[in-house]
Design a protein around this ligand. Structure first.
Ligand SMILES: *Cc1c(COP(=O)(O)O)cnc(C)c1O
Length: 428
């Protein structure tokens, strides 16, 4: 597979190198040089999830990984379902929250862990990442107990929900967590500084596990096929997919699926009040504002890292521009939609409610609408219970994590302190 740096097209790398380096020169993201349609989509849709996913990934990745390795990687990474649930007539919810950390980030995180495991072959690997909530948990669970791999996670003390925090700080073993006295931006700044420190980088075999890693995107392509596999042939003709968007990775994966031949008719990438892309589509001006805090906090992004990938696909004609929509939903409307969908008998958290609203804003009643449930409602329990005025069920995985002690160490937002703490812990 050949991938091009979208900021410097003279940098062309293999899949293995793109996975290992993450970001290219000038902070550019990598994207496949070409996307060829798959043969026999209908045949593929009859296959089981892991087998079909291996075939799709083989088509994308090519010679760098044999099909049987990909098949076992998919079996291990995708060992939970992506269920399509009919919520109302012609409106289906794709539930992506049945993984260990109850959010769709498990799909990408777990496949990335498989790739890094396959490519590091005995070398020491340390994954260093900052999290504002869901990514840390997905990465921690994905690499938990993997031989030769240590994970260091920085999070802002007191600024993420208890459920989010307990899902990774209670694991222990090869998962090392630091509660930083500062903001998420401070945590990200520490990570960036560590990557500029060559000696530290070499000693630990540092690898970043952030959301721009191409292996995460490719993994996400697979569940769009799984959604279509659960529709009948007639329904597949007119499908509108609505994706709640922050960093625009998930909707980018949907567009790749369409480029491979999955018959997605229309795509909505609906945002919260952080509306840089909707304003850009209206005015042609890229003008990010300061990031606003919202109840859909995993989408509080004003400079979406994956937008260049989406824009490049639109420019290359992989998806029709007139069928791509991106609109923003207010906080008040998000809560209203949560209540409306609850009346139809389905409980959503704020991110999922925004996806539902995307179907209402951009869809037609006779089409088959699919909106993505990116997190389990229990992960946003306080908000959901307050908005719906009803108690919600706690899944067992979360209830268990909530009872365990937090193993994170406190850390001041200072690079020397981070380096000392991590070296003391990992170079014994
Ligand atoms: C990360 C996340 C999103 C946004 O996905 P992007 O790929 O960043 O657009 C939406 N919902 C939840 C629950 C998330 O964790």
């Amino acid at each position: 597979m050949k991938l091009v740096n979208l900021k410097d097209d003279t940098q062309v790398v293999s899949f293995i190198d793109a996975v290992k380096t993450g970001l290219g020169r000038n902070q550019g993201v990598f994207f496949p040089a070409t996307l060829e349609p798959l043969n026999d989509i209908d045949g593929l849709l009859t296959q089981p999830f892991a087998q079909r996913s291996a075939a799709i990934l083989k088509h994308l990745i090519g010679d760098e990984l044999p099909l049987d390795s990909l098949q076992s990687m998919c079996e291990q990474a995708f060992d939970f379902p992506a269920r399509l649930v009919e919520v109302e007539k012609n409106k289906y919810c794709l539930e992506l929250f049945h993984g260990p950390t109850l959010a769709f980030k498990d799909f990408g995180g777990r496949f990335m862990a498989q790739c890094i495991g396959a490519f590091s072959q005995g070398e020491r690997v340390t994954i260093l990442t900052a999290t504002s909530g869901d990514t840390g948990a997905a990465v921690a669970h994905a690499f938990y107990q993997m031989p030769g791999v240590d994970v260091v996670i920085l999070y802002p003390q007191g600024k993420i929900s208890l459920a989010q925090q307990k899902l990774f700080t209670t694991l222990g073993e090869n998962i090392h967590c630091y509660a930083v006295e500062g903001s998420f931006d401070d945590c990200q700044a520490l990570v960036k500084q560590a990557f500029l420190d060559d000696e530290f980088k070499q000693t630990l075999g540092l690898n970043s596990a952030n959301s721009i890693n191409i292996s995460r995107l490719l993994a996400q392509v697979c569940y769009y096929f799984e959604a279509f596999a659960q529709l009948n042939a007639a329904q597949r003709q007119q499908v509108h997919v609505s994706v709640p968007s922050g960093n625009f990775g998930n909707v980018c994966a949907a567009m790749i699926a369409a480029a491979l031949g999955l018959p997605v008719k229309r795509l909505s990438a609906t945002t919260n009040q952080n509306d840089t892309v909707p304003r850009y589509l209206d005015s042609g001006q890229w003008q990010p504002n300061a990031t606003l805090e919202s109840i859909s906090n995993a989408m509080d992004v004003s400079k979406p890292n994956n937008w260049p990938r989406v824009e490049s696909m639109l420019k290359q004609g992989y998806f029709p521009k007139y069928e791509f929509y991106s609109r923003s939903v207010s906080e008040e409307r998000t809560q209203q939609v949560m209540r409306t969908v609850a009346k139809a008998g389905y409980v959503t958290e704020p991110h999922t409610a925004i996806a539902y609203e995307g179907l209402l804003l951009d869809g037609q009643p006779e089409e088959t609408g699919i909106f993505l449930a990116t997190a389990h409602p229990a992960k946003f329990r306080e908000t959901v219970e307050a908005v719906l005025e009803q108690a919600i069920e706690m899944p067992e995985a979360l209830a268990t994590a909530l009872e365990k002690p937090c193993l994170a160490e406190p850390l001041s937002a200072d690079y020397a302190a981070l380096k000392q703490a991590v070296l003391a812990r990992l170079t014994r």
